[in-house]
Design a protein around this ligand. Structure first.
Ligand SMILES: *Cc1c(COP(=O)(O)O)cnc(C)c1O
Length: 369
């Protein structure tokens, strides 16, 4: 079955006898011994979480998925599953929450090198005898840098290291890292999977059920950072429309990227769908669409960027991305003093409002800076 069909039908196991068309939410935290579904206790397994995991595994073309209570919990589980003393190679512009996980929680436990993942020579040069994990995030946040997943997979596997890919920005609608050589895919379901800025969640998907995956499952069950049955239900519901939302986000992002490109008050535009983007060719070879996030640098520095944001009505000034409503944010202000992000950089999560309304709003705000 095609992606759109699987997104709607997979995992939808009707667990009552009322003739329901959608699977009900099973709130019970415990289950009677000897039940047919072999359920024990909801931290170890719940019908709604199992349904969500079956769905996400299929959409990412993996053999199994594990749902977590946030994207950060999912990513952290991967770092935790490594033997202590492992060396990790991660992108220098890694999502800051997972950068924090690595540098705060695993300080003194693992070694980490942050490199420019779009430069393969830098990745190769960072390899050490104890390198066990290479982490990629493509497109990256917020510079939309593109990493060649196939090439980095070769480097990782030569070293017998695991390649994990944060696929939050692309989603499985546009990119399937497991088919490009990655071993593990990570998602913040809070973003496009949820799609309506109202659910926190995360997921890992594996290409193989191996020892590493068994460890991830143990961390999920014993560590206990699992989503509630209700959150799993709403996530599954949102994913049913993921393909159509992503097509809309990408189409709208391209319209805004073109608009920014020709705007005299914009210094630079970052969108992998643009031919002048340094990663455009690689993006075209591994993605079937370029996603819904566009970043720009505004002329006039941080002050002009802040003024533009404050004059917009349809774009909420807020962290996060992937919702149907457009969001905008000056990233350096959020990432703190050590960030490499340019001070005048604005990230736009392009929503599904009509593009004419979005452009009208941008026109009036640009006129005021
Ligand atoms: C938001 C995000 C995360 C973290 O996810 P949470 O659900 O907020 O914990 C990880 N990676 C990327 C690329 C993200 O955008």
């Amino acid at each position: 079955m095609k992606f759109e069909t699987r997104a709607i039908h997979l995992g939808n196991h009707i667990t009552d006898n009322t003739g329901s068309v959608v699977q009900p939410i099973t709130l019970s935290t415990t289950f009677e011994h000897g039940n047919e579904a072999n359920l024990l206790y909801t931290r170890a397994g719940n019908p709604n979480r199992l349904a969500l995991e079956e769905l996400i595994a299929s959409l990412e073309q993996g053999v199994d998925a594990a749902a977590f209570s946030s994207g950060n919990a999912a990513g952290t589980a991967v770092f935790q599953a490594l033997e202590p003393g492992s060396h990790i190679i991660a992108p220098d512009d890694m999502y800051h929450g997972l950068h924090n996980s690595m540098t705060i929680l695993f300080k003194g436990i693992h070694e980490v090198s942050f490199v420019d993942m779009s430069n393969l020579e830098e990745v190769k040069a960072a390899i050490r005898s104890n390198t066990r994990l290479i982490w990629v995030e493509t497109p990256s946040n917020p510079l939309l840098k593109i990493t060649d997943i196939r090439k980095v997979a070769e480097i990782a596997h030569e070293q017998k290291a695991i390649l994990a890919c944060d696929n939050t920005f692309a989603t499985p609608v546009f990119q399937n890292p497991l088919l490009l050589g990655a071993d593990i895919v990570m998602h913040s379901s809070t973003k496009y999977f949820g799609g309506h800025s109202d659910i926190l969640g995360g997921a890992l998907v594996t290409k193989e059920k191996n020892d590493f995956w068994t460890k991830i499952r143990t961390i999920q069950r014993v560590g206990g950072a699992v989503p509630s049955p209700t959150d799993c239900y709403w996530l599954g519901r949102s994913i049913k429309s993921l393909a159509y939302r992503m097509k809309g986000h990408a189409e709208h992002a391209m319209v805004l990227a073109d608009y920014f490109l020709s705007h005299p008050k914009v210094e630079r535009v970052y969108y992998p769908g643009l031919k002048n983007h340094p990663g455009h060719e690689i993006a075209s070879s591994q993605m079937s669409g370029f996603g819904g996030v566009v970043s720009i640098q505004v002329k006039g520095g941080a002050a002009a960027a802040d003024k533009l944001i404050s004059e917009l009505h349809l774009f909420a000034n807020a962290t996060s991305l992937g919702g149907i409503e457009s969001l905008i944010e000056r990233r350096a202000a959020v990432e703190g003093p050590e960030t490499l992000t340019p001070q005048n950089l604005i990230r736009v999560s392009v929503g599904l409002e009509h593009t004419e309304d979005l452009l009208t709003d941008l026109d009036q705000a640009f006129a005021k800076i």
